[in-house]
Design a protein around this ligand. Structure first.
Ligand SMILES: C[S@@+](CC[C@H](N)C(=O)[O-])C[C@H]1O[C@@H](n2cnc3c(N)ncnc32)[C@H](O)[C@@H]1O
Length: 369
């Protein structure tokens, strides 16, 4: 079976490394995500284990669709009965480029018609559409008149781990935080510090990774657990896989420090860490008060990036000065603001362009001499 693990822009390489490290087969690199191959159980495992993918999708079919009829017939030729009964709800969305059909809503509508027509012919009635919380979510990608039909395996996107019930301002997606940790080169043994931790996302993701806690164990149900073919045997297998994930969570967590100047947001971070079952060292501290103590640490952080968050050139000057005092440490931060990059007088070891929501950002990594 072919799967596609979707990634937010710029995190594809980190996702590819992660899936290879987790033992998935034939992991390739594409823009927007990484395809991999395996048995259906591998798709389930990926949902449980990946920290970086946004979604895991099962590829159902690829076919040429130069006309709306070809699209309709191609979608209808897939056997939908393993996934949908008439009691299920479904949602179809589409993405297209350089094709005869150009309206994504129309493509989605045609595909949905093909699916419900097939089921009506078999059962005499059809499943309903639920755009917000469907049992089964289908994606159609149409590029250069070639259609690919994907079945979403996750339901809620995977960054919604479940531990972060409250957030500060401008929280990072958990999946992006995990990709930053991987790109930073952190070895999961060195002391890690986020000095502008907000709701604690980076510190918590670091703790989960170090302890080898699969993020999926926080989830009660994935999308595929609602498919028509998810029977008692499948449920038993999934129970076993969840159990294996819990048993494998035996990693040692080094000291992880999370500090922020805002006591209210620190309280939120503390609660989030508690829900994730992690002992993080929280401190109320201003970045500009950081002094080097000679300890080797890795700093991974997400500084504020605009005036709305109270930052100006002076803030970045202080940030640059603080980081430059951390001799012997590695510092990685994500920013959409060029002034933040200019504030560090050391050349970055590496820069990783990535999107944070709609913002074009860099994740810049420095070794402070
Ligand atoms: C973009 S937010 C971090 C969001 C965080 N990554 C999350 O996922 O919730 C930036 C954080 O920097 C903190 N901050 C702003 N100025 C600071 C300073 N001078 N020292 C320490 N923290 C500061 C803010 O309180 C805010 O929580």
């Amino acid at each position: 079976m072919e799967f596609f693990a979707t990634a937010s822009s710029g995190t594809e390489r980190a996702l590819q490394n992660e899936l290879i490290e987790l033992g998935f087969k034939s992991v390739r690199l594409n823009s927007g995500g990484t395809p991999f191959f395996g048995e259906i159980e591998d798709g389930w495992k990926a949902c449980l284990q990946t920290r970086i993918a946004q979604r895991i999708q099962l590829v159902l079919k690829r076919f040429l669709a130069p006309s709306e009829n070809d699209l309709y017939e191609g979608v209808k030729s897939i056997d939908w009965t393993p996934y949908l009964t008439t009691d299920h709800t479904l949602a179809v969305s589409a993405f297209c480029h350089s094709s005869y059909l150009t309206h994504t809503n129309y493509i989605a509508q045609k595909a949905k018609d093909a699916i419900v027509d097939q089921l009506r012919e078999i059962h005499g009635s059809r499943p309903n559409v639920d755009r917000d919380e469907p049992d089964v979510r289908i994606f159609i990608f149409l590029g250069n008149n070639k259609a690919t039909v994907y079945l979403d395996m996750c339901a809620k996107p995977l960054f919604q781990r479940g531990y972060r019930l409250e957030k500060g301002e401008a929280p990072l997606k958990e999946t992006l935080a995990a990709a930053m940790l991987m790109y930073s080169g952190w070895d999961r043994n060195t002391v890690l510090w986020d000095p502008m931790c907000g709701s604690g996302t980076i510190a918590i993701e670091a703790g989960l990774w170090a302890k080898n806690i699969s993020p999926g164990v926080f989830r009660e149900q994935f999308g595929f657990e609602r498919w028509a073919n998810f029977d008692d045997n499948a449920a038993e297998t999934m129970k076993r896989l969840r159990g294996e994930c819990r048993r494998d969570a035996t990693g040692n967590m080094p000291k992880i420090i999370a500090s922020d100047s805002d006591p209210a947001v620190l309280e939120i971070a503390r609660e989030n860490a508690k829900r994730a079952g992690l002992k993080i060292t929280f401190r109320e501290a201003r970045l500009e008060d950081i002094q080097a103590d000679g300890a080797k640490r890795i700093i991974v952080t997400n500084p504020p990036f605009n005036e709305r968050m109270g930052v100006d050139t002076e803030f970045y000057r202080k940030m640059g000065a603080a980081f430059t005092r951390l001799h012997g440490c590695r510092v990685g931060f994500i920013t959409a603001n060029p002034a933040a990059l200019k504030s560090i007088f050391v050349k970055p070891v590496q820069m990783f362009p990535m999107k944070n929501g709609n913002l074009d950002c860099e994740f810049a990594v420095y070794d402070i001499p």
